[in-house]
Design a protein around this ligand. Structure first.
Ligand SMILES: Cc1cc2nc3c(=O)[nH]c(=O)nc-3n(C[C@H](O)[C@H](O)[C@H](O)COP(=O)(O)OP(=O)(O)OC[C@H]3O[C@@H](n4cnc5c(N)ncnc54)[C@H](O)[C@@H]3O)c2cc1C
Ligand SMILES: *[C@@H]1O[C@H](CO)[C@@H](O)[C@H](O)[C@H]1NC(C)=O
Ligand SMILES: *[C@@H]1O[C@H](CO)[C@@H](O)[C@H](O)[C@H]1NC(C)=O
Ligand SMILES: *[C@@H]1O[C@H](CO)[C@@H](O)[C@H](O)[C@H]1NC(C)=O
Ligand SMILES: *[C@@H]1O[C@H](CO)[C@@H](O)[C@H](O)[C@H]1NC(C)=O
Ligand SMILES: *[C@@H]1O[C@H](CO)[C@@H](O)[C@H](O)[C@H]1NC(C)=O
Ligand SMILES: *[C@@H]1O[C@H](CO)[C@@H](O)[C@H](O)[C@H]1NC(C)=O
Ligand SMILES: *[C@@H]1O[C@H](CO)[C@@H](O)[C@H](O)[C@H]1NC(C)=O
Length: 531
């Protein structure tokens, strides 16, 4: 890994140990910018500093927002955005934000469902990581190294350029940033065969609260453990990840098939909940249940869209599906064979035949308003249960859930191997996925209410004590903490991290005792600061 920041580190230490005077400035923003200019001797930084005075401030801010809910006139804006183009800019931003006492938000792909990477209720700075996006693929050693601002689509594309037998086991949305996605777990369609993205991390480079660049060896195994599933934004800034690649066959098979209630969707989904976690690891089959218009004016009904992938050929899949999920009625014509990289395009919901270069595209502003929540399901759901769920969904209208299978290798990994705890015993995970296009606070409250009501109605069918939640599906409804309050943080901490929460708190207390790296749902320090 390439890092030569000695000049910078020397200048950092002079700032840290022989504080210069910020004397004449009168605002935190000015002090922060002056500090950056002082500290960033090795690599000029002024061209990367945006304040609301700069004409492109709005465009830069908006370019990595992925939720219109946090792109309104009343959404708080940062005092400064630093669009780092060199690792030393990251170090300088951390050192200076800490020095002047302004909150820092770190943004890589900007997909955080609650906008935590780019919104805060107190004055703050955004550290924009999207320009740090180098990728190096080493097929011989089956590893990849990439920076936090690389998006998954670029990583997948670069792998496929070098090999059709290799993949990276991570999320299905090509726009996700490596920085946030991997440290939150990282769920994708290779999960049953290979686990979550974080399971493949073999090294990482971070900038810690002292502005130092550390790798696995220098940070130690405790912090390295925490970064894998614990949410890096509580501990430091991820500069880069090194991951192990996984093997895929030259041909995979995908399918996307609708079933309506009239076509037996209830029976099929009930059977799906009984078998989906027990299918061979090579099969991944999600179902998307949503309310849609029925055939009569004003009538609502439920539609189940099954989307799947098999690491093998169509013939074998047809046999397997009809053996294990006979109610589905899988046809040869449902199965489409393609290369793994083409399947990535398929999962991104692009029409068949779309060139794989589409994976390199980055959006420039948020397209929709959205709210997400999550749940884990450990028991199959009966027909009666499903009927009750459909009834609630039809009453609420315009709600949807994505049910993603677990099982497979997830049952073989212990809950404390990494900080990501959701392992054995889960049949599937629910993503509550409400999208809307209507502007205004009224509409927002309406759709938030619908989502929360559906979540309430699902209580009998999902995990309890704790009601588990997936960190990457960030949901501020499950609790927030102020200034690292332990008791408050424990409420969401146990849901996201189960038995790993207290170890995360101990790591946090060791590496960031001043709680510099914080947000609404960060890991707190121990109240007593005693370990
Ligand atoms: C359209 C869409 C599809 C999605 N699909 C999936 C999916 O298939 N599987 C899945 O698991 N999740 C999925 N997610 C959720 C996604 O994984 C999380 O939102 C993830 O945190 C996004 O990472 P990011 O870097 O893009 O986001 P950001 O908003 O930039 O960051 C998310 C969080 O990570 C922190 N962070 C970001 N970069 C760094 C860094 N360099 N160092 C330290 N902390 C950092 C941020 O501060 C924030 O707390 C999806 C989200 C969206 C909007
Ligand atoms: C933003 O404006 C300041 C002066 O107001 C300037 O120093 C800085 O270079 C500008 N940043 C960019 C990215 O143009
Ligand atoms: C922004 O502009 C205002 C006046 O338009 C000025 O007072 C202020 O110093 C400027 N801030 C920066 C950071 O350049
Ligand atoms: C590849 O792996 C071998 C054996 O583990 C190691 O010696 C070599 O340095 C690795 N190459 C790279 C580029 O990491
Ligand atoms: C599923 O049905 C919806 C309409 O309800 C339609 O828009 C969509 O194209 C269908 N998808 C498939 C794969 O048939
Ligand atoms: C569903 O029907 C309503 C009217 O009942 C209509 O406004 C809406 O556009 C329809 N939605 C779709 C996706 O057809
Ligand atoms: C992890 O869990 C196992 C039991 O499943 C236990 O033996 C081990 O001590 C745990 N490790 C840590 C670091 O907590
Ligand atoms: C949403 O729910 C809250 C609390 O239950 C209620 O006060 C509010 O009126 C609801 N808003 C809308 C738009 O439904």
């Amino acid at each position: 890994m390439k890092t030569s920041t000695i000049a910078l580190l020397l200048s950092l230490s002079s700032i840290l140990f022989f504080p210069v005077s910020w004397a004449t400035s009168n605002s935190v923003q000015d002090n922060f910018i002056k500090c950056l200019d002082k500290v960033s001797l090795s690599q000029p930084i002024s061209a990367e500093i945006y304040t609301p005075n700069n004409s492109s401030f709005g465009t830069v801010l908006q370019s990595y927002k992925r939720n219109r809910r946090f792109d309104t006139p009343t959404t708080p804006k940062p005092a400064v955005i630093v669009t780092a183009t060199h690792e030393s800019h990251v170090q300088a931003t951390v050192v200076c934000a800490k020095k002047v006492g302004i909150e820092l938000r770190i943004r890589s792909g900007g997909h955080d469902y609650e906008g935590v990477s780019y919104v805060s209720q107190v004055p703050f700075v955004i550290l924009e990581m999207s320009n740090l996006r180098s990728i190096e693929i080493d097929i011989k050693n089956e590893t990849a190294w990439f920076q936090a601002g690389a998006i998954l689509g670029e990583i997948y594309y670069e792998i496929a350029k070098k090999s059709k037998y290799h993949a990276f086991a991570a999320g299905v949305c090509p726009g996700l940033g490596a920085g946030g996605h991997i440290s939150g777990g990282g769920y994708g369609n290779l999960l049953r065969k290979y686990g979550v993205a974080t399971d493949h991390v073999v090294d990482a480079q971070i900038v810690d609260a002292k502005g130092r660049i550390l790798d696995r060896k220098s940070m130690g195994e405790d912090l390295f453990w925490a970064l894998r599933g614990g949410g890096a934004s509580s501990f430091g800034v991820i500069l880069s990840w090194k991951v192990k690649l996984v093997r895929v066959p030259a041909t995979v098979t995908v399918f996307k098939v609708n079933r309506t209630l009239g076509q037996g969707a209830t029976d099929i989904v009930a059977q799906w909940t009984q078998v989906v976690d027990k299918l061979p690891k090579e099969v991944f089959m999600r179902v998307w249940v949503k309310t849609v218009n029925g055939s009569h004016q004003g009538e609502k009904t439920i539609q189940a869209l099954f989307v799947g992938m098999f690491l093998g050929g169509a013939q074998e899949l047809v046999v397997l599906m009809n053996e294990r999920l006979p109610k589905f009625g899988f046809q040869q014509s449902d199965a489409i064979e393609m290369s793994w990289i083409e399947s990535v395009v398929f999962w991104a919901d692009k029409p068949l035949g779309t060139p794989i270069e589409v994976l390199l595209e980055r959006a420039t502003k948020p397209a929709i308003f959205l709210k997400r929540k999550s749940d884990y399901v450990k028991e199959p759901i009966s027909n009666a249960g499903l009927e009750a769920i459909w009834k609630t969904m039809i009453e609420l209208e315009d709600v949807a859930m994505l049910w993603n299978p677990y099982g497979g290798v997830m049952n073989e990994i212990s809950e404390n191997k990494t900080a990501f705890p959701h392992r054995a015993g889960n049949i599937f995970k629910i993503q509550y996925a409400t999208n809307w296009m209507v502007e205004g606070i009224e509409a927002t409250n309406l759709y938030l209410n619908k989502t929360r009501k559906l979540f309430e109605a699902m209580t009998p069918y999902v995990s309890k004590n704790p009601r588990e939640a997936f960190l990457n599906y960030r949901d501020l409804d499950i609790g927030t903490s102020s200034n690292g309050n332990y008791e408050e943080a424990k409420v969401y901490g146990i849901k996201y991290f189960k038995g790993n929460f207290d170890r995360l708190v101990r790591v946090k207390t060791n590496v960031d005792p001043d709680n510099f790296f914080r947000n609404e749902q960060s890991i707190p320090t121990l109240p007593s600061r005693k370990l």
